[in-house]
Design a protein around this ligand. Structure first.
Ligand SMILES: *[C@@H]1O[C@H](CO)[C@@H](O)[C@H](O)[C@H]1NC(C)=O
Ligand SMILES: *[C@@H]1O[C@H](CO)[C@@H](O)[C@H](O)[C@H]1NC(C)=O
Length: 298
């Protein structure tokens, strides 16, 4: 083995590195997903990206076998007339699938990831950061959430969906790397590492986390300025009580969290079966795991 190859493997051999499968719905060559990929590598994880060949935003839980790619991938990131799946020849952990986010996640978990992990499955699945928020009524339509819920529900791999309110398309190689892409990547890696540090099982069964970052602007331009708040996806008018947090048994909605001035990030504990808020007992497990990270709204 060449020295460079050996050195490149070193972070992966660290005590806290785990096998992570990554997807999104904006496409494999979107900058947000690449910045996050690099942040996970920098944290010592063994991460494989398996994401759509082009923007498949809004595809919810659609899943069809990938077909041959007739035109170039987004931003000319793969040549025309490539096969149904393909990879970056020099960075083979970066893979595209010519289909939907769920299909990409499924291929990543079943086929692509295990090629790098001696046939083993991923220990955690992450989706995004999505370009644009996925809050409340948008959640059922989101391909990012679709990919995360597929992992949690169908593959039984704990999963996290990330979305960022700052939008606008950015190619993977547009330079310099956008501040919003760097900040979202750092924040997403922080939460991912906190979940991993909390120990196995990383999340309760059939649970995914729906995480929404507010815009990177004004007072919120550095990762250190952001704060984390436990939230719920839908309005809890007639729902049974939530887990107790910040002196209440009704969590704030994720929309109200990201709309509050002061760089607040919402973390909702989602039910992967129906993409709504998970019951109080499952919220409580997540609350215990993430307690030291969480704060209350003013
Ligand atoms: C493929 O990976 C190389 C680095 O190994 C990078 O320079 C190039 O931009 C990547 N291309 C795509 C489409 O990912
Ligand atoms: C993907 O397409 C949707 C519309 O279908 C658009 O809202 C979104 O901004 C696009 N994403 C990117 C990264 O261009």
């Amino acid at each position: 083995m060449r020295l460079e190859t050996l050195l490149a493997l070193l972070p992966v051999l660290g005590a806290h590195g785990i096998r992570i499968i990554q997807s999104n719905d904006d496409g494999w060559a979107e900058q947000y997903v690449r910045s996050f990929h690099n942040a996970l590598i920098a944290s010592g994880h063994d991460v494989v990206l398996s994401a759509p060949a082009e923007n498949k935003s809004g595809s919810s839980s659609l899943d069809t076998e990938p077909g041959p790619r007739n035109t170039a991938c987004q931003y000319n990131s793969c040549p025309a007339n490539s096969g149904p799946i393909g990879r970056n020849a020099t960075s083979p952990r970066l893979n595209w699938v010519n289909s939907y986010p769920v299909t990409s996640m499924r291929y990543g978990i079943d086929t692509i990831g295990p090629q790098f992990w001696n046939g083993e499955a991923p220990e955690l699945a992450v989706a995004g950061p999505n370009v644009g928020s996925n809050l409340f009524l948008a959640v059922p339509f989101s391909g990012t959430v679709g990919a995360a819920t597929y992992a949690a529900k169908n593959a039984k791999i704990p999963s996290i969906a990330f979305s960022g309110a700052s939008d606008g398309t950015l190619a993977w190689n547009s330079s310099p790397e956008a501040q919003r892409s760097k900040v979202y990547a750092e924040l997403a890696a922080t939460l991912t590492n906190a979940v991993i540090k909390s120990g196995k099982p990383y999340l309760p069964e059939d649970v995914f986390l729906n995480v929404n970052f507010p815009k990177v602007e004004g007072q919120c331009t550095q990762a250190s300025q952001f704060k984390w708040v436990l939230s719920r996806i839908n309005v809890g008018l007639f729902s049974s009580p939530d887990t107790q947090q910040c002196g209440e048994t009704r969590l704030p909605t994720e929309t109200s969290v990201v709309d509050t001035d002061g760089c607040y990030i919402s973390i909702s504990v989602g039910d992967a079966n129906d993409k709504t808020t998970a019951p109080a007992e499952k919220q409580a497990v997540v609350l215990k795991k993430l307690q030291s990270l969480l704060t209350c709204l003013p």
